[in-house]
Design a protein around this ligand. Structure first.
Ligand SMILES: C[S@@+](CC[C@H](N)C(=O)[O-])C[C@H]1O[C@@H](n2cnc3c(N)ncnc32)[C@H](O)[C@@H]1O
Length: 249
């Protein structure tokens, strides 16, 4: 934790990882901080419940103030479209200003994040803006990928294996090149990128090892060999595991 200057009347920003879905995979530390937080904040797709909020719900104070921020868009605009960066920057500026105002009132805020907050988490964009000004603490969470490989019962890295984490949003040629040179891989952000990911796995000769995990550790979890999954878009919470070598020791 980084303390505010001594005597600071401001609240503390807690960036809290709540794990991949199974409520039992939320840490004791996260539970303690959530139970004490007078306010909490979270991001969600417009009109949809928040996954992080659902995981944390049982731990939050009934009287805690809720700050919900609806993304202006999620997959409607490609990440490469200039409007995406502009819209998201304005969104994170506004959310940070609202959270910052709460901290200035002396109210600590727990910012909920699915998985781990510093692993592709939106909480980082608030952290970047507010951590220079306010006391802050980051509570690590169990990542979606570790929840997924545990549930799939797939040991991932052995000895000096190299693990590469790849966003499925990369172009197909880059995905294939990186898959060719790594021992183990996790491909995140599958969604509508599934056909491209499948092609990159085939091109790099890794298709037969690929395991598809949808909503890992959640009630609606689905785990299967990628080869057996129909083509087409996958849900947001899905990833692909490519386990590393399995040499005996
Ligand atoms: C914006 S990233 C957030 C990652 C998160 N902070 C973490 O630590 O796992 C969202 C992507 O993580 C992956 N993901 C996260 N949790 C998952 C889960 N429970 N099951 C499958 N994929 C998951 C999916 O690929 C999803 O598109």
């Amino acid at each position: 934790m980084t303390d505010a200057p001594s005597g600071s009347p401001f609240g503390t920003l807690y960036s809290v990882g709540v794990g991949p879905g199974d409520p039992e995979l939320l840490t004791l530390k996260a539970a303690r901080i959530l139970a004490a937080a007078p306010a909490y904040a979270y991001f969600a797709k417009r009109g949809r419940p928040s996954h992080a909020h659902a995981i944390a719900a049982g731990h939050l104070r009934p009287d805690a103030q809720a700050l919900r921020f609806d993304y202006p868009f999620t997959t409607e605009i490609p990440v490469t479209d200039p409007r995406y960066a502009m819209g998201m920057t304005a969104f994170y500026e506004a959310a940070s200003a609202t959270i910052g105002a709460k901290l200035e009132e002396g109210v600590s805020v727990a910012l909920l994040c699915e998985g781990d907050p510093f692993f592709y988490g939106s909480a980082m964009y608030v952290f970047d803006r507010l951590s220079p000004r306010f006391a802050h603490e980051v509570v690590p969470g169990i990542t979606g990928m570790s929840g997924a490989w545990a549930r799939a019962c797939r040991p991932m890295t052995h000895g000096d294996d190299v693990l590469t984490v790849l966003p499925g949003t990369l172009d197909g040629a880059t995905l294939a090149a990186k898959l060719r040179t790594t021992d183990a891989a996790v491909i995140m952000k599958v969604g509508r990128n599934l056909p491209k990911i499948r092609a990159a796995l085939a091109e790099s000769g890794r298709s037969d090892q690929a395991i598809y995990v949808e909503r890992g550790t959640m009630a609606e979890e689905r785990i299967a060999k990628l080869d057996s999954i129909a083509d087409g878009p996958a849900p947001y919470f899905s990833l692909v595991l490519v386990p590393g070598r399995r040499g005996p020791r």
